[in-house]
Design a protein around this ligand. Structure first.
Ligand code: DAH
Length: 340
């Protein structure tokens, strides 16, 4: 009996010291059908009857001890394998994430904004879903006015008074309504028109409009402001000219052309052999518009202008088809890195 007890003590020490990770080798050696536990159990038959109870307890306890060790070896093995599966090798080279570039419309829009900001213009924004008053009526375009035909748009069926704005002049109205004068703002944003999509027209495009209202603002201020803009945008050799035009919200109204960037004025396909390309509409704010927005037209005068960003971008980069801007073709889009 004493011998058995000593044998078990020695085996327990051996087992406790086992730190080879191999749980299966341990199982075969100690718990297998020909293993040590089974073997030592066989010793029971040699134990004297009066010691059998104590020996049985001893052997049973030894068996439990050995099984517990096996369990812990299995657990360690499992922890190691999950850690290996989820481990990240930080020495591997990283995935290449291609760098995007700004959309040419955004580049040119930002450039336009920065030019006017240097002249003291603040950026104003407004909703793309407008009501009739802000988009048309306040701008001297009452219902049934023939000039509305040129700006047919999309109406919202829930409310016949709602529409997708046709120009950002609606933001000018919202700004004038606030009644804080003087006003010196530019209004960049997306606008909509019911147009058949072609190389030169789209059902949505982008505009920057400008508005300056104070005392004694004159057409000369308008000309000088736009002249500065053109020189900053297209370079100092570009010439400008104003042609009389008509807009319901300005009087007098004009369209402004720049000398053709392609042929320098001698005549080519882009300028239809005139040497000039139109880039914007402008004029002195009509007194009716000022009054519609609660501004005293005897005290204040102002000028306004509006341009399509697509048009400026097409001229700047010599892009021939407007549809390229909204096709999301990365081969086209990644060619533009700066507006300068
Ligand atoms: N709103 C006009 C359009 O979209 C452009 C325009 C012309 C705006 C003259 C103005 C302006 O502010 O004074 O066709």
């Amino acid at each position: 009996m004493e011998q058995l007890a000593n044998q078990i003590t020695a085996l327990k020490e051996e087992i406790a010291a086992w730190n080879g990770g191999d749980a299966e080798a341990f199982r075969i050696k100690y718990l297998g059908t020909k293993g040590i536990v089974k073997n030592i159990m066989g010793e029971m038959k040699n134990v004297a009857p009066e010691n059998k109870k104590a020996a049985g307890q001893l052997l049973n306890e030894f068996k439990i001890f050995t099984e517990a060790k096996h369990e812990s070896l299995l657990q360690v093995a499992e922890e190691q394998s999950t850690a290996a599966a989820s481990s990240i090798d930080f020495t591997l080279p990283g995935d290449n994430i291609p760098l995007g570039s700004r959309h040419p419309i955004s580049l040119v829009k930002n450039k336009i904004i920065s030019i006017f900001q240097r002249l003291g213009f603040a950026v104003a924004e407004g909703p793309e879903i407008e009501d009739d008053f802000h988009n048309f009526s306040a701008l001297n375009l009452p219902e049934n006015h023939p000039a509305r035909d040129m700006q047919d748009t999309f109406y919202i069926s829930q409310n016949p008074d709602w529409l997708l704005r046709t120009h950002t002049s609606s933001v000018q109205v919202r700004e004038m309504e606030k009644g804080k004068l003087p006003i010196r703002i530019i209004c960049p944003g997306r606008v909509y028109r019911n147009e058949t999509i072609s190389a030169r027209a789209h059902c949505f495009f982008h505009q920057v409009e400008g508005l300056y209202i104070a005392e004694n603002v004159s057409f000369a201020d308008l000309k000088q402001t736009l002249y500065f803009f053109v020189q900053e945008m297209f370079g100092s050799t570009v010439k400008i000219r104003f042609r009389p035009s008509y807009f319901p919200f300005t009087e007098p109204s004009a369209e402004m052309d720049i000398s053709c960037l392609i042929c320098g004025g001698s005549g080519c396909n882009v300028c239809k052999h005139t040497g000039w390309v139109e880039i914007l509409g402008c004029g002195m704010v009509h007194p009716n518009v000022l009054e519609n927005c609660g501004i005293d037209s005897n005290k204040y005068t102002g000028f306004a202008f509006g341009m399509g960003i697509e048009r400026i971008t097409m001229l700047k980069y010599q892009i021939k088809d407007l549809r390229l801007f909204s096709e999301n073709d990365v081969r086209f889009l990644k060619q533009f890195t700066s507006a300068v």
